[in-house]
Design a binder for this molecule. Structure first.
Ligand SMILES: [Zn+2]
Length: 121
């Protein structure tokens, strides 16, 4: 049995989090107790989302985890667990990129025509 984890509240509105998993190809909603497929080409995705405002946590999928993190054969439950852990992982790892963008005047919307394009445009 997967160890329980308490999901943190939404970082935007403090609303209650929900978690869903999908077939990576068809988008079909999957049950968390779906047994592992014999088909190694069957991939899943999962993310946590806020029931109140709809904000989403990182989209976790078994294709990317296999390719870049060499994690293979994950069940839907294991993938959902990773999505829950990433939802709860609040950090400021990219703050320096934001600060550099701020110093360059790129954090305004709409942007200024005289400012060089930033990471989002
Ligand atoms: Zn929210």
């Amino acid at each position: 049995m997967t160890e329980q984890i308490k999901l943190a509240p939404c970082p935007f509105c403090e609303g209650p989090p929900c978690i869903d998993a999908f077939d990576f190809i068809t988008g079909e909603l999957l049950a968390e107790d779906r047994p592992q497929s014999e088909d190694l080409d069957e991939y899943y995705s999962a993310h946590v989302w806020c029931h109140d405002c709809g904000a989403r946590g990182p989209d976790i999928n078994s294709c990317t985890l296999g390719t870049f993190e060499h994690q293979f054969g994950l069940t839907v439950m294991q993938l959902m667990r990773i999505a829950a852990e990433r939802w709860n992982d609040r950090h400021a790892n990219a703050r320096s990129a934001y600060d550099l963008s701020e110093a360059a005047g790129r954090n305004l919307f709409p942007g200024n025509d005289d400012v060089e394009s930033g990471p989002c445009n």
